[in-house]
Design a protein around this ligand. Structure first.
Ligand code: CA
Length: 225
């Protein structure tokens, strides 16, 4: 899952980025509202986190413009402004959630997970596809009741497949939701990660649970997983 963080204070931005990365999210950072809008227009983010007091365009204006453009990614406002009027105003302008700084990181990540869940059908943090079970809170993955150890990127990739089970996933979709802006689209890195994931998931299978759809992409098959 990929997140856009719009925050002008470098220290706060890198603190949040580190925390989100530890939770297996891909993160892009914009230091002002204009850059934030620009990135949100190009990339299909699973969540946008907006500081309100930003140089140039403030967070509220950015949120309004996103909505006016039909960008419906969930938006969380993160700000030091704590009055009821500020919160109500932000929610009226299209934000889905509002968190006041300073905040506990535990509450923050729980809200991030809840916002992403809201846009999907699942109401739990446990994803199941065939014999594969993935816990989005502990990041533990089991297949046929045996725990398997995945790297953070392998985990993100598997999570993305499980959220889109039985659907063909293109390389572009993978790069847009699992990697951040620094992704090199000319590399074969996705194929490498898919092969690593296969070798960890398929030890007891005749056929890989992740099938290649030639010229298109990949599909996680619920029948063979
Ligand atoms: Ca700020």
């Amino acid at each position: 899952m990929r997140i856009l963080l719009v925050e002008d204070e470098k220290k706060i931005a890198s603190f949040i980025e580190r925390g989100l990365k530890a939770h297996r999210y891909a993160v892009d950072i914009a230091a002002d509202g204009e850059k934030g809008l620009e990135l949100a227009e190009i990339n299909p983010y699973d969540l946008i986190i907006l500081d309100i007091m930003l140089p140039g365009k403030d967070g509220i204006t950015v949120c309004k413009e996103l909505r006016a453009q039909g960008i419906d990614s969930p938006v969380m406002m993160l700000t030091a402004k704590s009055s009821v009027a500020d919160k109500v105003h932000a929610l009226h302008c299209g934000a889905d959630d509002y968190l006041v700084k300073p905040f506990s990181f535990e509450e923050f990540t729980a809200r991030v997970a809840a916002l992403m869940r809201r846009t999907r059908k699942e109401k739990t943090s446990i994803l199941k596809v065939g014999s594969i079970v993935l816990d989005q809170i502990t990041h533990k993955v089991k297949t046929a009741d045996k725990e398997i150890v995945l790297t953070p990127k392998e985990y993100s990739l598997l999570e993305y497949f499980m959220l889109n089970v039985d659907q063909v996933i293109t390389r572009t979709m993978i790069s847009e939701h699992v990697w951040n802006e620094n992704f090199d689209s000319f590399s074969n890195i996705i194929d490498v990660f898919i092969n690593n994931l296969r070798s960890k998931l398929d030890s007891n299978r005749k056929k890989s649970c992740i099938q290649t759809v030639r010229g298109v992409g990949y599909v996680l098959n619920s029948k063979s997983s």
